[in-house]
Design a protein. Structure first.
Length: 276
């Protein structure tokens, strides 16, 4: 598994990175931590002539806790999400999810921006960001714009990000909910989820999202509404109607639906215990 030849660029600022994307078009792609893109390049699933590394650009990492929201730079590593005490207090489900991503070696380099930006349905953060109602900041030739995480994912590896745009930050409203859980079933350490569920639960409020059970993450308004009313089985029923798993090495469709129901019930139970 060796990638095809490519030209490596390490710009010093966002404007230079965008200029490279404009110059090389479809032949160029930005890279953050590399744990999503490099495997695709090795498998020749991504054939690129130009790789634009964001590591040399300052100001793209860091966590800022505001009164009502959290801002996370796209180049912030998963490990930083785990070790930031203020973030763990404000949005503890982020730490819980990050601890379940791959292994420590990956989490030290893998970035939250890279995890959410490329549209891989198996990544953990996209579904979680939909559960949290996060907003992505995209910067391109025409300036900056905001896109809700729930509107960002269009199909597997297809998103609302334009080819010449770069995702620079994520903004998350601090949840009023005290109950939370991110529960994931996977075959082995480091693997994608067979099924994963993110749940937020508060007084008259709930939010539910599922991971790797369709070609995009699945946030279900109907499942969230049912759970907000205390109807656990109604929530599970609505979530299972919203997903669209495909048979692959992780199992047939019926098995994935069964696992999805089990994992979602576990996440709801954990969130209820924490909310009590």
């Amino acid at each position: 598994m060796i990638p095809a030849g490519f030209e490596y660029h390490r710009p010093a600022d966002i404007a230079s990175a965008i200029a490279l994307l404009q110059q090389h078009g479809d032949e160029a792609r930005v890279i953050a931590g590399g744990h999503s893109l490099i495997p695709m390049m090795k498998l020749r699933m991504a054939d690129l002539s130009h790789l634009v590394d964001l590591q040399g650009i300052s100001g793209l990492s860091g966590i800022t806790i505001g009164e009502g929201s959290v801002s996370i730079g796209a180049m912030t590593t998963q490990n930083a999400l785990i070790t930031d005490a203020a973030l763990a207090e404000a949005v503890p489900i982020l730490r819980e999810a990050a601890l379940q991503i791959a292994d420590p070696q990956v989490r030290y380099l893998g970035t939250v921006g890279g995890n959410v930006a490329n549209g891989d349905p198996g990544n953990d953060m996209p579904g979680l960001m939909q559960c949290l109602d996060a907003t992505y900041t995209l910067v391109g030739p025409d300036g900056e714009r905001q896109v809700a995480a729930r509107d960002f994912y269009e199909a597997a590896y297809f998103t609302a990000r334009e080819d010449e745009e770069i995702l620079t930050a994520i903004t998350i409203p601090i949840p009023a909910a005290k109950g939370y859980a991110y529960v994931k079933q996977k075959r082995k350490i480091g693997d994608y989820a067979t099924a994963a569920a993110a749940v937020l639960l508060g007084e008259g409020f709930a939010s539910v999202a599922m991971t790797n059970l369709a070609d995009t993450p699945v946030h279900s308004d109907a499942a969230s509404a049912a759970l907000a009313e205390g109807d656990v089985e109604g929530c599970v029923r609505e979530a299972l109607q919203a997903i669209d798993p495909q048979e692959d090495m992780r199992g047939p469709i019926a098995f994935k639906k069964h696992v999805a129901g089990v994992i979602l019930r576990r996440a709801i139970t954990k969130a209820q215990e924490r909310a009590a």
